[in-house]
Design a protein around this ligand. Structure first.
Ligand code: MN
Length: 740
């Protein structure tokens, strides 16, 4: 580009761009005025957005979207919406235009398509062949709208056509990606012409020598071939005319890449590939006469030439999964050469070349605006229907996809595969342990979501982290991936050890004050005295202030060694701090809080915590659930399904935070929320999960979710709330909407 005379260049360039656009408009056959307006608007936006950008070849960028749009219109027969999306396909990714801008100007449908297109990474990972299957599944999954896939294919086709201006190493990468990812995708969708061209172009860059050799062989054998075809066809031509058929004959050579494949598969030279070309007879006939006419022509052809019975393919009675219809036969020529003859109607031919879109065009009247939408709906139906075993494509889709994996994107478009049901936390740990440990939430498709948000196929996720964050026991309730579970547990254990260390120091000081020896004998005594399992647990509770060390005074000691008091009554009383476990009956469910052996779940409807009177309920699909006796659903369960209820008891060996909800009501006062949150933040042992504040007519209602150890802990907190001025009522609050 000559910088010295930019204005001359620009004027000329502008003209050429408009010409390219006119070419696109011409390719959109019978478009309505509204469609014209839509495409014009998309063009204007794209032109402005890309105006200062040039492609590697030096030409203005806008040529690329125009060309992609033209492929959509001309070669795929797509509708005006798809063409508009093609014009806009790189705007959000590469320019200042946002998805919101797109929605404001073109509505939700176009936004969805552009959004899908933006999520597909421009160039995939090195290991294309390994990821091929994932990629195809992913691309089909994120496409709520199949236009995404189709426009993406058109985009790739144009990039392949203009690959020459790229750096050689990039060429190779993009070409092999095309071969492994995009060509098979085009094939699945029945876009034969696109598939063939993609394969040939990628071969040109991946195996240029073989490509050029076959190309020149085809060229040099062209005259011989044409003479052969003319002679072969002469008798048939006459008969067809005689019978009054309107027809067209095409002699189609196989694509270079498929000739190459055959040469390799059968280890034969070019000359021995018998079906280098096929003769295609395309008859113009109404739909109801297609089948008899095609068979009639078959009969005429085989009157002259002997067919090979093994090579008869009737794709008319049973069309292929991707919509392909045709009658194929291979006959022996007088020269002793096999020739493939394909017989089909004009309609079938268009489907074969352009795929489903063309198929649909024939099904509906041309003036039907919604034909494309209905076509898309039809594919969706195919994908979702349960008994479409004729469609191998669909089968594979279902068996691989909807089972147990979802496909999630990083902000940069990198694909991660996670188990179904995965949450923000699972994703964060999948990326990196540090990110998992510090994550406080995420943006999913630019919307803020909590940690427990269940990811949906195709979500694009940006994790939000904070240095103050650390994993909590609560996370184990919703994560599903083994990796996240393991990482959270190990972090929690680490955390416990650190806190326990503080407890150990406190205890050491206390022992000194009491002139007690700090030895294993005394520690074991105390551990047993408080009914705990390990010294670490003892230290942990001391650090958390859950053990009253002043009680040391009540224990006998001699020579610095702790001993049981002779007067038994007292110690009994202390021990009753821990609810004794009466587990004489086998059907009592013991709720340990060791998260390693979870064989029950805490019910979401009433969120019981240790200290609550609880029972177990055997749910049909989700194991045993633990409910409070005063759960809103308890009466129903116990009266109607008593046989599924179990006695349950807490057995607390470890202190574990659990979620509880509190509702506070009272008279609205300035600074009230501050006072309430201050109580929580001053209370060292309490973490707040959420707070919601509502006020009406001077009456306020605050709902707070907190993490507490047990009912005792919770009640202490509730008492403090009650003392706040203006507070009238403090109660446990159940999430009544969530029924189990
Ligand atoms: Mn593009």
């Amino acid at each position: 580009m000559s910088k010295e005379h930019p204005e001359i260049d620009l004027v000329q360039e502008r003209k050429e761009i408009l010409n390219a656009f006119k070419g696109l408009m011409r390719a959109m056959k019978d478009r309505s005025r509204e469609e014209t307006r839509l495409i014009r608007k998309a063009f204007d936006m794209a032109l402005e957005a890309h105006k200062d950008v040039r492609r590697k070849s030096g030409e203005p960028y806008i040529y690329h979207p125009i060309a992609v749009a033209r492929i959509c219109a001309e070669e795929m027969d797509l509708d005006a919406t798809a063409v508009a999306c093609a014009l806009l396909h790189d705007t959000v990714e590469d320019t200042y235009i946002t998805l919101q801008d797109i929605e404001d100007s073109f509505g939700k449908k176009v936004r969805r398509v552009i959004d899908g297109l933006t999520k597909i990474p421009k160039v995939f990972d090195e290991n294309a062949s390994v990821q091929a299957e994932n990629f195809r599944k992913m691309i089909l999954t994120i496409s709520d709208d199949f236009r995404v896939v189709l426009v993406k294919l058109a985009d790739r086709l144009h990039n392949m056509r203009t690959l020459g201006s790229m750096r050689p190493d990039k060429q190779l990468k993009i070409a092999s990606e095309t071969k492994f990812l995009y060509a098979p995708l085009a094939h699945r969708l029945g876009l034969y012409a696109v598939k063939m061209e993609l394969e040939d172009l990628s071969m040109l860059y991946c195996e240029p020598e073989a490509y050029l050799k076959i190309e020149s062989s085809l060229k040099s054998s062209k005259d011989v071939r044409n003479r052969f075809i003319r002679r072969f066809f002469a008798p048939i031509r006459e008969t067809l005319l005689h019978e009054g058929y309107i027809y067209e004959i095409k002699a189609r050579t196989k694509s270079i890449s498929s000739i190459w494949k055959k040469m390799q598969d059968q280890d034969i030279p070019f000359e021995e590939v018998y079906d280098v070309f096929a003769i295609r007879i395309i008859v113009e006939t109404p739909v109801e006469l297609e089948k008899p006419d095609c068979w009639r022509i078959y009969s005429l052809v085989t009157d002259f030439y002997q067919p090979s019975p093994e090579r008869l393919r009737d794709w008319i009675s049973t069309p292929r999964a991707n919509g392909y219809e045709s009658l194929h036969t291979t006959v022996m020529s007088p020269q002793g050469k096999w020739v493939e003859v394909q017989i089909r109607s004009k309609r079938m031919d268009e489907i074969a070349e352009k795929g489903f879109a063309a198929h649909y065009r024939y099904k509906e009247s041309k003036n039907d605006d919604n034909k494309f939408d209905r076509w898309i709906a039809e594919i969706r139906d195919l994908l979702e229907s349960s008994d479409s075993n004729a469609l191998d494509f669909v089968n594979e889709f279902k068996s691989n996809l909807f089972n147990d994996e979802i496909y999630i994107f990083t902000p940069k478009g990198e694909l991660r595969v996670l188990p179904v049901g995965s949450t923000v936390v699972d994703f964060a740990f999948d990326i990196h342990t540090d990110i998992g440990n510090k994550c406080i939430g995420a943006k999913v498709n630019n919307r803020l979501v909590p940690l427990s948000y269940q990811l949906q196929n195709g979500d694009q996720l940006e994790i939000i982290t904070s240095n103050k964050q650390k994993p909590s026991e609560d996370w184990l309730r919703f994560v599903v991936s083994a990796r996240a579970k393991q990482k959270i547990k190990s972090s929690l254990n680490e955390e416990r050890k650190i806190i326990a260390q503080d407890g150990k120091e406190i205890l050491t000081r206390k022992f000194k004050q009491h002139n007690l020896k700090y030895n294993s004998e005394n520690i074991t005594f105390l551990t047993n005295y408080f009914g705990l399992q390990s010294a670490t647990e003892l230290y942990f509770r001391i650090a958390k202030g859950k053990i009253d060390l002043s009680k040391l005074r009540d224990i006998d000691e001699s020579n610095g060694i702790l001993q049981k008091k002779i007067t038994k009554t007292k110690s009994k009383k202390i021990e009753s701090d821990e609810t004794p476990i009466i587990n004489t009956k086998e059907d009592t469910l013991i709720i340990g809080d060791d998260f390693n052996g979870f064989d029950y779940k805490i019910a979401q409807c009433c969120n019981p915590i240790p200290g609550d009177k609880v029972f177990g309920f055997i749910s049909i699909s989700d194991g045993i659930k633990v409910h409070r006796y005063n759960c809103p659903n308890a009466e129903n369960m116990m009266s109607k399904m008593a046989y599924r209820c179990l006695k349950a008891q807490w057995k607390s060996e470890k202190l574990i935070e659990r979620e509880a909800a509190i509702k506070i009501m009272g008279i609205d006062q300035i600074g009230l929320v501050n006072k309430l949150t201050e109580i929580i933040s001053k209370e060292n042992n309490v973490n707040m999960k959420s707070i919601a504040f509502d006020t009406e007519d001077g009456i306020f209602e605050v709902k707070i979710r907190v993490m507490v150890y047990d009912t005792e802990h919770l009640e202490l907190l509730m008492q403090k709330f009650e003392q706040v001025e203006g507070v009238q009522n403090v109660s446990r609050w159940d999430n009544q909407e969530k029924k189990e």
